[in-house]
Design a protein around this ligand. Structure first.
Ligand code: AP5
Length: 274
């Protein structure tokens, strides 16, 4: 078993008084049909009435949604996940950011090709499942509701995910390959606060300087054209079957990811609101 205590993941703790309330007043119809994995009872006192059991619908409505955002590198998963998390009071669980925060973690004790996440990421390859599975399990256990971004990336990860959680929606952002390459090679991120820009589509007010904190904007090591092409190859080989897996089960909601960020967000928010 890996020790993942080194991973830095924002896991806001909520007590029963601050559970998120969904804007729609309930989850999707699909989620309400699914059995709860947790025991569905809580004791308490509401309006002077003691109760010791709650309906699955009430619990679902107060536990937060479980949203999966799927898409190729550059499809806009990070951009949209941040907005969704803020709008619906969900955790943003992102394996990419967690791995970047722990790029030099020593994996030499594992029987793996490279000794650090950095080596896999810089090559555009997938970090071993054992590492990312532990990141996701730890983060999801601490979250009442979440937007999952960057996982699962292969069928084994999808299988593992199904063992540790239920999903309310799997949303796929559909973007053409040439658009993906333009987005990734033009992306700039703030070295201090992580804010995301694009030299053409979402430029900062002053070139090279973050609007939010004044930090320096840099290009991610894996956003060179050569590595982007390799990431897209790895996506086609490993992650497209995951998209097909959810599609074949009738669980995939497909969204046109080529509109403006506002247009794409409006479409995704409609799905979550349903
Ligand atoms: P990760 O960081 O997850 O990268 P990715 O999946 O390749 O996705 P990106 O972050 O590059 O793109 P995005 O879809 O979030 O797009 P964004 O919103 O930033 O993973 C990096 C590496 O970590 C992997 O290669 C792998 O090595 C490892 N890893 C991660 N998870 C793993 C896992 N589960 N298993 C194994 N290894 C794992 O947008 C991109 C750009 O486009 C931005 O500049 C943005 O401003 C712009 N943009 C966004 N939306 C629009 C729009 N609608 N119109 C115009 N421009 C837009």
């Amino acid at each position: 078993m890996l020790n993942v205590s080194v991973f830095v993941i924002d896991t806001r703790k909520r007590c029963c008084n601050s559970l998120p309330v969904l804007p729609s007043g309930g989850g999707s119809s699909r989620q309400n049909q699914q059995p709860l994995q947790q025991p569905a009872w809580i004791g308490g006192d509401v309006d002077g009435r003691f109760f010791n059991s709650l309906t699955p619908g009430w619990l679902r409505a107060h536990m937060g949604e479980h949203i999966l955002l799927l898409g190729a590198p550059g499809a806009g998963k990070g951009t949209q996940s941040k907005r969704l998390a803020a709008e619906f009071d969900l955790e943003h669980v992102t394996t990419g950011d967690a791995l970047r925060a722990n790029k030099d973690m020593d994996l030499s004790h594992m029987d793996t090709e490279f000794d650090t996440p950095r080596a896999y990421m810089d090559a555009g390859e997938l970090v071993p499942d054992a590492v990312v599975n532990e990141i996701v399990k730890t983060a999801l256990e601490a979250a009442d509701g979440y937007v999952l971004d960057g996982y699962p990336r292969n069928l084994d990860q999808a299988e593992y995910l199904s063992e540790i959680t239920d999903l309310d929606a799997a949303i796929f952002l559909d973007v053409s390959e040439e658009e993906l390459v333009d987005r990734l090679t033009g992306r700039r991120v703030c070295d201090d606060c992580g804010a995301n820009y694009h030299v053409e589509f979402a430029p900062p007010e002053e070139a090279g300087v973050c609007d939010e904190c004044g930090g320096e904007l840099i290009q991610r090591d894996d956003d060179t054209e050569e590595t982007v092409r390799e990431r897209l190859r790895v996506y086609r080989e490993n992650t497209e079957p995951v998209v097909e897996h959810y599609r074949a089960r009738g669980e995939l909601v497909e969204v046109d990811g080529e509109g403006t960020p506002d247009e794409v967000f409006a479409e995704i928010a409609d799905v979550v609101d349903e």
